[in-house]
Design a protein around this ligand. Structure first.
Ligand code: SF4
Length: 375
């Protein structure tokens, strides 16, 4: 549990300068991870337990090199529209769970969503991510109509949906409406751990079925997990890496767990930003073409978390295009970052901070580079 013992406390990750080489076992495993796109369980555990000093430096250097080889200096921006915070589920970690009667609920209309897209398009966004809880009050037909309207108005954009578990038929309906991508975090690759994070009635097998359906229906599919969620040990993190190496998603959303005070996990400690950065780097080396966001949660824990995420191999940032009036209501966790560069109006500032680390945000749909052989 070495990595977990470091805590997060908003510290900047230190990768001390120095000439000491990485340990030979660690370096050999990184070479094999890059070459073969996977490792064994014990080997992943070795990486997780030895991320320090020169090893960490090697890890970040290699991840940045792989990112540059596949995507150059390009970073993709996605316009995030959090269109409803109603949800029928009760995930134990989530601030907008149905059982949180103190959450202030909202649901955007189709016109409001389209207005966000119009503003985003003018700002240069060419992907819109429509994200919400599993909201029975926002009918599947209504969401499909929004997707059709966005694609008709802005044919050169991609639409990503992130609205949880649905039947295969509904996913197919969304696909036929024109949705290109779907994000569904699996949260944990271990069924027993899933049961610790979710109430009875939510089912890991169904989450996995959803991911499989999405892939088969031709979505660019994204999964993901929280780092440092309650009860997670290094063994569970090794399982995450094994799962990703098998599923090979086009997108992976990896962010630190941050507690929300109105949830059953409100008093649990946050996950580690440092461990999150190390995992981003391992995932970039393993899944070379993956679209990997430097998440808002990372930016919430570290003042320069998103830039650090990019330096650790991430290549996507998702500024918030939701109307200012609702941004504070989509609170999945405490103190969510929603000022400064999180406001789309400050996108220039974000671009500037990316330039300072040698990267360039581009006006592009930012599809996964399937033409690049990733193993
Ligand atoms: S994590 Fe998603 S599915 Fe679970 S309660 Fe929150 S919004 Fe609903």
């Amino acid at each position: 549990m070495l990595l977990h013992d470091r805590g997060h406390s908003g510290r900047v990750l230190h990768t001390p300068a120095g000439d000491a080489p990485a340990d030979a076992v660690f370096a050999g495993l990184i070479d094999r991870l890059e070459k073969n796109g996977t490792l064994g369980r014990e080997e992943f555990l070795y990486l997780l337990r030895n991320c320090r000093g020169a090893n960490l430096r090697l890890l970040f250097d290699r991840a940045a090199t792989v990112r540059r080889k596949v995507y150059g200096h390009t970073i993709f921006l996605r316009g995030l529209i959090e269109f409803t915070n109603h949800c029928r589920n009760n995930c134990l970690y989530c601030g907008i769970r149905a059982g949180n009667t103190r959450a202030e609920r909202y649901r955007l209309s189709a016109d409001e969503i389209l207005a966000c897209c119009r503003q985003g398009y003018e700002l240069g966004f060419r992907t819109f991510v429509l994200q919400g809880g599993e909201d029975p009050g926002f009918a599947d037909e209504a969401l499909a109509a929004v997707v059709r309207a966005v694609k008709a108005a802005y044919p050169d954009t991609a639409v990503t949906l992130s609205v949880g578990e649905r039947s295969r038929e509904v996913y197919q309906f969304f696909r036929q409406a024109g949705a290109d991508r779907y994000l569904l975090r699996h949260e944990t690759a271990t069924a027993a751990h899933y049961r610790q994070l979710h109430p009875a009635g939510m089912d890991w097998e169904n989450r996995m079925r959803c991911l499989q359906d999405l892939r088969e229906l031709g979505f660019q599919t994204g999964c993901g997990f929280m780092v440092g969620s309650p009860f997670q040990r290094d063994e569970e993190l090794a399982e995450e890496l094994l799962f990703l190496s098998r599923f090979r998603p086009e997108m992976a959303g990896i962010g630190p767990f941050i507690p929300h005070y109105q949830t059953p996990f409100g008093s649990y400690p946050a996950g580690s930003a440092e461990v999150t950065l190390a995992l981003l780097a391992m995932i970039r080396i393993m899944l070379k073409t993956v679209l990997l966001p430097a998440t808002t949660a990372l930016g919430t824990l570290l003042p320069d978390g998103r830039e650090r995420g990019i330096l650790a191999g991430a290549n996507v940032i998702m500024p918030n295009l939701s109307p200012e009036s609702v941004r504070e209501k989509y609170l999945l966790y405490n103190n969510k970052l929603h000022t400064g560069c999180e406001a789309a109006e400050a996108v220039e500032q974000l671009k500037q901070s990316l330039r300072q680390i040698g990267c360039e945000a581009v006006i592009d749909r930012g599809d996964c580079r399937k033409d690049f052989c990733d193993v």
